[in-house]
Design a binder for this molecule. Structure first.
Ligand SMILES: Nc1ncnc2c1ncn2[C@@H]1O[C@H](COP(=O)(O)OP(=O)(O)O)[C@@H](O)[C@H]1O
Ligand SMILES: [Mg+2]
Length: 277
């Protein structure tokens, strides 16, 4: 376990029952402040402020096209690569502005891993090479280190037992659910501290979905997780906090249980009762 030093396993469990959103005493891993994201001059995310508590799961829900993916991508500076996208506002990680000119964008971006909606393993590579691709790109060659990281991350992604004798097998021969857990392992291999997941189970069957959800629940002992999900039951099952977005606005952001059982906003109430979506 030298390469993938185990982080503290303590989870802060004391969440104030009277407060809806994370409080000032909580330790925030990331903070998005007054974030507006536009494509051309059309805003897709409007003045959103959200704080993400360390080692917790925050879910983003809302109907299709409301800006969930657009918002998630700004937490990893992924809009840098989109020609017509403009991000305004502040995104902080560990108190440092991810968009400030002074920071090393590569170093800070590497703290944030991403898992996409469709499993996207590198198609020509083996399971082993998929996990280690990022490391090898960064010059890690030591076979022993690579072996350790492959084992550690595949265990964290709950895939190890299923593939440990087949690491040379092409990744594309895995099932969809296994491929997605491989993508989680690949994201973990670069040792991020925050994990962004954009509907990671939407392409999977119920059993694979359950495995992904179990993985998320385990991972939050070490990582701060932000997950976009279409599936409200999934948000209830895996998340501590939930933000409901509608037409680019963050309508309500509270503890998951409260948002679903006692929504403050009428629109949230209608959405969680399934009256639109
Ligand atoms: N690359 C893009 N260029 C222009 N408009 C986009 C782009 N990506 C998303 N949009 C628009 O931004 C809005 C929000 O999209 P998105 O963030 O994908 O929503 P969600 O993930 O909630 O379904 C939609 O109106 C969508 O059409
Ligand atoms: Mg989306």
């Amino acid at each position: 376990m030298t390469a993938m030093a185990t982080k503290s396993n303590t989870i802060e469990t004391q969440i104030s029952s009277s407060e809806n959103i994370p409080t000032v005493e909580d330790k925030f891993k990331m903070i998005a402040e007054n974030v507006t994201i536009s494509y051309g001059d059309k805003p897709a995310v409007k003045d959103v402020t959200m704080k993400f508590k360390e080692k917790s799961v925050t879910a983003l829900i809302g109907p299709s096209g409301c800006g969930k993916t657009t918002f998630l991508r700004c937490l990893n500076r992924m809009h840098d690569m989109t020609k017509n996208a403009k991000v305004k506002g502040k995104v902080m990680i560990d108190g440092i502005d991810l968009y400030s000119k002074e920071i090393d964008p590569i170093y800070h971006r590497r703290k944030v891993g991403m898992v996409f909606q469709k499993p996207n393993p590198f198609p020509t590579m083996s399971i082993f090479d998929n996990v280690t691709a990022g490391l090898r790109l960064n010059g890690v060659r030591d076979k022993k280190v690579l072996n350790e990281i492959v084992e550690d991350t595949l265990k964290m992604a709950y895939l190890w037992d299923e593939v440990k004798d087949d690491l040379k097998k092409p990744a594309v021969e895995l099932s969809g659910g296994q491929q997605q857990r491989l993508c989680i392992a690949r994201a973990l291999a670069i040792q991020p501290e925050v994990l962004l997941m954009d509907e990671p189970a939407s392409a999977l069957d119920p059993i694979a979905t359950q495995k992904i959800e179990e993985t998320i629940t385990e991972l939050k002992k070490e990582f701060t997780i932000i997950i976009v999900t279409h599936n409200m039951q999934q948000a209830v099952r895996v998340s501590d906090y939930t933000g409901f977005m509608y037409l680019g606005d963050l309508v309500e952001f509270r503890e998951t249980k409260k948002l679903f059982t006692d929504p403050k906003n009428e629109l949230t109430a209608k959405y969680v009762q399934g009256q639109f979506g």
